[in-house]
Design a protein. Structure first.
Length: 244
């Protein structure tokens, strides 16, 4: 089920202690962190992510406040045994690094563990920095999360996951399915509820449903909602669950 709604609007409408696992990756504010500076050099052009409607260009303090409110709402709606997987990256601009823990440490969520996603490649070929081939997955919780480590493939039982980026996906920043599968298997059982507040092309919902979980998401952009709908329609048994 995908709702075409703003994520905060939808999160505020959900009851507390109602979701087992939340998995999401927000926009990174790559333009906003540069103070609106337009970059067109070869070293930066490949690192831009251009969404269909969202311009990813908030003043950085405003962006961080937005992220804090989203994580706090996610913390409110997960069960006491629930988990949040928040995927982000360290951004660099003007001789400064912007680490996600800067704002995550100001949320109500309890920090449980950091997972390093080793992408094996990068589009940000800036010669002034070491090439950034990793992103971070922050495992957050409310109290004591349920953990089913034995369900995860042995290749992903450490805190470094070597997974190549998703291919053949028209969304500009899609999750690789293996990354979502690891998070789902690590913290849920069949029938548990998984949610993605930035559903994009529907990867989280599709993977969770394939694994026998109940899954919902919201996405503000109608183009990506349609993309997710087309993707989920391939799962014939799930067609009746899809709703906008």
């Amino acid at each position: 089920m995908i709702y075409q709604l703003d994520c905060l609007e939808h999160l505020r409408s959900l009851p507390a202690d109602s979701i087992d696992t939340i998995i999401f990756s927000p926009p990174y504010n790559k333009k906003g962190v540069r103070d609106g500076v337009k970059t067109c050099t070869n070293i930066w052009s490949g690192s831009n992510i251009d969404y269909d409607q969202y311009n990813d260009n908030l003043p950085e303090p405003e962006y961080q406040a937005w992220q804090i409110e989203i994580v706090d709402q996610c913390h409110r709606v997960i069960r006491p045994t629930g988990s949040i997987f928040y995927q982000h990256k360290i951004r660099n601009w003007a001789r400064r690094g912007y680490h996600p823990m800067t704002w995550l440490s100001r949320t109500q969520a309890q920090f449980y563990q950091e997972i390093v996603w080793h992408r094996k490649s990068t589009m940000a070929m800036d010669e002034r920095y070491l090439f950034n081939t990793t992103e971070r997955i922050y495992w957050l919780c409310k109290d004591k999360p349920q953990v089913y480590k034995q369900q995860v493939d042995t290749a992903y039982r450490s805190d470094v996951w070597a997974i190549p980026p998703a291919k053949n996906n028209a969304h500009p920043a899609p999750f690789p399915e293996q990354l979502v599968e690891n998070c789902v298997l690590l913290t849920t059982q069949p029938g548990d509820l998984v949610f993605d507040p930035f559903a994009g092309s529907g990867t989280t919902v599709a993977v969770a449903q394939r694994l026998g979980r109940t899954a919902t998401g919201c996405e503000i952009d109608p183009k990506y909602v349609a993309m997710a709908q087309q993707r989920l329609s391939k799962y014939a048994t799930f067609n009746s669950l899809f709703e906008i």
